[in-house]
Design a protein around this ligand. Structure first.
Ligand code: SAM
Length: 455
């Protein structure tokens, strides 16, 4: 590593449970890196399909370590949401949800969500619920849209709001994940720039901001609901001291999380309240630096929310438009159609009341599955439809080899034999996107902004 670890950080960690200066420094000086991915079980049934040499991440069902770091860009699956490259420690969120036996149909807010590592994990876990993935910084919300579209599930919404703007969402969410902006010391191994940017002043500013965000967002958590607070900082000011802040200022209690001994995750206690925290030191676990703590609001039991089916909601998609849509693809029962400008969106009916509330109160970047647009009697399908389960019933599919798949994802011209009209390009049965076969040419409808640029 080119940069020295900040001595102020090392000094501040003296006496923190689990911290060992020698092994901590040694692991930062070592050159070997840990690479891990989480597969999307809705698209990749088994890890074998990816043909990587792997071992499981012990605390996450769909997480795997890779023996070597491949050039991910050259794997068509990554662009079609088959897997996500995620640092292993942060996959521990899966173990938290699992060990609390949270039902899969809850309403969840992932407040600081870009680029979407936790959001895609939550989308998989809460497959029958709704995950509102929020990112305050507009430019970062775009990558969150991309990653959630590629993941393909119908249960995510992307919003672009400041935490303050959740004031209208009182007691709305069963679970809030606050993966807070932090001073980033846990990323020092992966990111040299993080070392240069680190300062004790910044640790202080981050802790103040974390408290502000908590004040803004905790009213949106239901009574009986769960708060998961995490950082990638080693600093106590952003970790255990925030546990104290949460417990001392709110009706929240700390929850102990089950960890196996051989995971080497360090359970700590906050100084004033004894609340539980979980520290991931890279010299102890196979992953980067991470901290997480879990809380319950109030004493009520968390019960699955009521899922009202909107009986008489006025649809703003006309019968004629639905007929054009149906002539293109048959969408299964359980969806309501709404229009956003020209696009037709499919929203899960069982969550329609909740989604309508979100639409009315937050700034939406995307919601449900975008199906496509109607032009006269024609239907122009969207990329999101191709990457979602809703394209399962579409019959005109063309299976291609890896080279053609990558060329398609580069938005290059490809040569395939397909029936006239819209065809789904598939690689190992996984849909990658649309082409339109015309009498004398093939149009590639891969989104320009997401095309592979690297050769
Ligand atoms: N949860 C993400 C994941 O797993 O991919 C990583 C989130 S990152 C640790 C923290 C996020 O908080 C960043 O995307 C950042 O833009 C956002 N953020 C920065 N300032 C914020 C603020 N004042 N309020 C809320 N979010 C903020």
């Amino acid at each position: 590593m080119n940069n020295q670890l900040p001595y102020q950080l090392l000094a501040s960690l003296e006496g923190v449970k689990g911290y060992n200066e020698n092994t901590f420094k040694a692991v930062h000086e070592a050159t070997d890196r840990v690479t891990s991915i989480r597969i999307n079980p809705a698209k990749v049934a088994t890890i074998d399909l990816l043909e990587y040499e792997t071992t499981p991440v012990p605390w996450c069902d769909n997480g795997f370590y890779l023996m070597e770091r491949p050039v991910f860009t050259l794997n068509p699956f990554i662009h079609a949401g088959g897997f996500y490259v995620q640092e292993a420690s942060s996959m521990f969120i899966w173990n938290i949800l699992n060990s609390l036996q949270l039902p899969d149909n809850l309403k969840v807010l992932d407040l600081c969500a870009a680029p979407g590592g936790k959001s895609t994990l939550l989308s998989t876990y809460f497959k029958n619920g709704v995950v509102v993935c929020n990112e305050v910084i507009q430019s970062r919300a775009a990558i969150l849209v991309e990653n959630t579209v590629k993941w393909g599930n119908d249960n995510t919404v992307v919003t672009n709001n400041d935490p303050k703007q959740f004031a209208n969402c009182k007691e709305l969410f069963d679970v809030i994940i606050l993966d807070a902006p932090c001073s980033g010391s846990g990323m020092f191994r992966k990111d040299n720039a993080a070392i240069e940017e680190w300062s004790t002043d910044n640790v202080y500013h981050c802790s103040q901001r974390q408290e502000r965000i908590l004040n803004d967002i905790l009213p949106a958590l239901k009574s009986g609901g769960i708060l998961v607070y995490s950082t990638c900082s080693y600093s106590k000011e952003e970790d255990e001291d925030i546990i104290d802040y949460i417990i001392e200022n709110n009706e929240l209690t700390s929850i102990k999380i089950h960890c196996k001994d051989d995971w080497n995750i360090v359970e700590t206690n906050a100084d004033k309240t004894n609340g539980f925290g979980y520290r991931f030191f890279p010299d102890k676990v196979k992953g980067e630096g991470f901290f997480v703590a879990v809380f319950k609001k109030g004493t009520e039991e968390l019960s699955s929310s009521d899922y009202l089916v909107a009986g008489n909601k006025k649809a703003d998609v006309s019968k004629a438009e639905v007929a054009v849509l149906n002539s293109f693809i048959s969408i299964p029962e359980g969806y309501e159609f709404i229009k956003n400008r020209e696009s037709i969106l499919a929203l899960p009916s069982k969550h329609i009341t909740f989604l309508q509330f979100i639409i009315n109160n937050l700034y939406i970047k995307r919601i449900g599955i975008e199906l496509g647009i109607i032009k006269g009697k024609d239907f122009i399908p969207s990329h999101h439809l191709a990457l979602s389960k809703l394209s399962d019933s579409y019959k005109k599919r063309i299976e291609v080899d890896e080279e053609t798949a990558l060329n398609f994802q580069r938005k290059a011209d490809i040569k395939v034999n397909g029936e006239k009209g819209w065809n789904l390009i598939c690689y190992k049965n996984l849909p990658l996107g649309w082409i339109k076969v015309l009498p004398n040419r093939i149009n590639n409808y891969y989104p320009s902004e997401w095309r592979i640029i690297k050769l």
